[in-house]
Design a binder for this molecule. Structure first.
Ligand code: G4P
Length: 531
């Protein structure tokens, strides 16, 4: 038991989020360098998976092994065992990010100091807030001309609605970037540009060191003194409880590319962030140190190796210890007993089969096609279900069927498996079979990927017809609800069912949503569902 507790307590599991190009990959890479998980910068591949056009995606898709191994990484640093989860930056894959955030205990938000809060930052941030997870901020690229640091903080506070507490402070930016000031230790860590891609030289000086003025220059010195006074008087103080609730974000400054400010960030972050947190289930709270194994599925990646048609399912362990060959039950599979096949963890580019893992860790297992996103796996005798992972409302819809009637079986299999992965959502009109389904996606790129995968992985050509719906709402059946068959709806509103048999309505406009609510007393609609 003591071993279980100490193993769990040294674990930290977090995701890095950012608008594309803010420096997420670069920061991840530097963190891995500190952990000794990789030997050379430039080894974290697959970062462009989520960018730009479909062609890019397809190209990368061929190297799926690489992009996946970079999506969950574990490394050791000063006694901590750290799990970093990567998230795609392209907004068409933001659902994937939403799910990843369900598996972590905190998030690191990387912000480009010249750009401040960007579109995708806002979207991702909203999900963090929904989960109330602690958010740490790394303001990056100080070696380039940056916005004023106070303005950046105000923007984060105003636009994202979270308070900030700077743990350190940037001294100048761009060619005039001189370093950072560590507020707690009252020390300046100086930066000397070397124009290169390598770690820069840095030295530490006390804030009252008589040489400081000449090292950072008089203008910067005066500015720093003024800033410190303002900060000490006006900024929020560090408050662990508020950080834990996601109300206050500790902020760090640096330049990931130059590996400057990364180590202070890592050390501060590890001190402030918590070990694996408890999770909710239908049987109450599950604590990480509970003595039975439990985990939930948050990501499924299919057909990584075409020759084997394999599917890798990623689980977050929520309690206890996992050992290879132990017997577990798949709750949503009718408590079926099984052994998880080839459990593995990722170390930068390498996957390795593991013998054991603990609460907080992420493991990947081979899956013959039985798991769905949100499923629970646990030790026999501990039947419980973790709170479902929210499914977000798709915004684009198409009706699809197979071109070749001989391919019916492959069509059903492909559509079902890709939907289980959560890569697209599939809806059915009541009383119809799987011959024809409605596919819903959050981003258009997901359609292209779906068609491509159906063709290459399942050998099915699709006929698709885009549909005019833009809004989807789940009918809330929590307290019985209203009978979907008896609803009075406008002619261009359609009733469908999701993968789990829940009823939904497809609307072409917000006006139609209001119409449906007005004409049907007791009708309650939800924007997302939990499976
Ligand atoms: P992302 O994962 O958030 O999309 O960002 P990524 O790390 O790929 O960084 C985006 C670009 O910003 C990269 O340049 C990267 O080198 C640069 N960058 C990251 N951190 C810093 C920093 O601290 N200072 C400066 N000046 N640049 C930084 P790129 O030219 O798009 O890609 P690459 O050719 O360097 O790979």
């Amino acid at each position: 038991m003591a071993e279980l507790v100490s193993e769990i307590n040294r674990r930290r599991t977090f995701a890095i989020i950012s608008h594309p190009d803010a420096g997420k990959t670069t920061l991840t890479e530097k963190l891995l360098l500190y952990g000794g998980a990789i030997a050379l910068a430039g080894s974290v591949k697959g970062k462009k998976t989520d960018r730009h056009a479909v062609s890019d995606w397809m190209e990368i898709e061929k190297q799926r092994g690489i992009s996946v191994t970079s999506s969950v990484m574990q490394f050791e640093y000063e006694g901590f065992c750290i799990n970093i989860l990567d998230t795609p930056g392209h907004q068409d894959f933001s659902e994937d990010t939403y799910r990843t955030l369900m598996a972590v205990d905190s998030a690191v938000m990387v912000i480009d100091a010249a750009k401040g809060v960007e579109n995708q930052t806002r979207k991702l941030f909203k999900v963090c807030v929904m989960r109330h997870i602690p958010i740490f901020t790394f303001i990056n690229k100080l070696d380039r001309d940056a916005k004023n640091s106070f303005d950046l903080l105000s923007q984060i506070e105003d636009e994202l609605g979270i308070s900030t507490c700077p743990m350190n402070w940037a001294i100048g930016s761009g060619v005039d970037f001189k370093g950072i000031y560590d507020r707690e230790r009252k020390k300046v860590i100086t930066y000397s540009a070397n124009g290169g891609q390598h770690e820069v030289d840095s030295t530490e000086l006390d804030i009252d060191d008589p040489n400081l003025k000449s090292v950072i220059g008089e203008i910067n010195y005066n500015q720093l003194m003024e800033d410190i006074e303002l900060l000490d008087g006006a900024s929020d103080e560090y408050d662990a409880e508020r950080v834990a609730k996601g109300e206050l974000s500790p902020v760090f400054f640096g330049s990931a590319l130059n590996n400057f400010g990364v180590e202070p960030f890592l050390e501060g972050f590890l001190k402030m962030t918590s070990p694996p947190l408890p999770r909710n289930s239908d049987k109450g709270t599950v604590n990480p140190t509970d003595d039975y194994f439990s985990a939930f599925v948050f990501k499924i990646q299919a057909n990584m190796n075409k020759a084997h048609r394999d599917r890798l399912t990623f689980m977050r362990i929520c309690s206890g210890k996992f050992s290879r060959d132990m017997e577990v039950c798949h709750v949503q599979g009718g408590m079926k007993k099984m052994r998880l096949s080839q459990p593995q963890q990722m170390m930068a580019q390498e996957r390795e089969i593991i013998d054991e893992a603990y609460a907080g860790d992420i493991i990947g297992v081979f899956d013959p096609g039985i798991f769905s996103i949100g499923d629970t796996v646990c030790s026999p005798g501990h039947e419980l279900r973790f709170d479902g992972i929210p499914t977000f409302a798709p915004e684009h819809f198409a009706r699809i069927r197979h071109k070749d009637t001989m391919k019916r079986k492959q069509f059903v299999k492909g559509a079902t498996q890709i939907a289980q992965e959560g890569a697209v959502q599939i809806f059915r009109e009541p009383d119809t079979g799987m011959e024809e389904v409605i596919v819903g996606v959050v981003g258009m790129l997901q359609f292209d990927v779906f068609e491509h995968r159906m063709r290459t992985e399942y050998g099915v050509e699709l006929i698709s017809e885009s549909l005019p719906y833009q809004y989807i709402r789940w009918i809330d059946m929590d307290d019985g609800g209203v009978d979907p068959k008896k609803l009075n709806l406008s002619s261009d509103t359609r009733i469908v069912e999701d993968f789990h048999g829940n009823p939904l309505l497809l609307f072409t406009s917000e006006w139609n949503i209001r119409w449906a609510l007005e004409k049907n007393e007791g009708l309650k609609l939800k924007e997302f569902s939990r499976n």
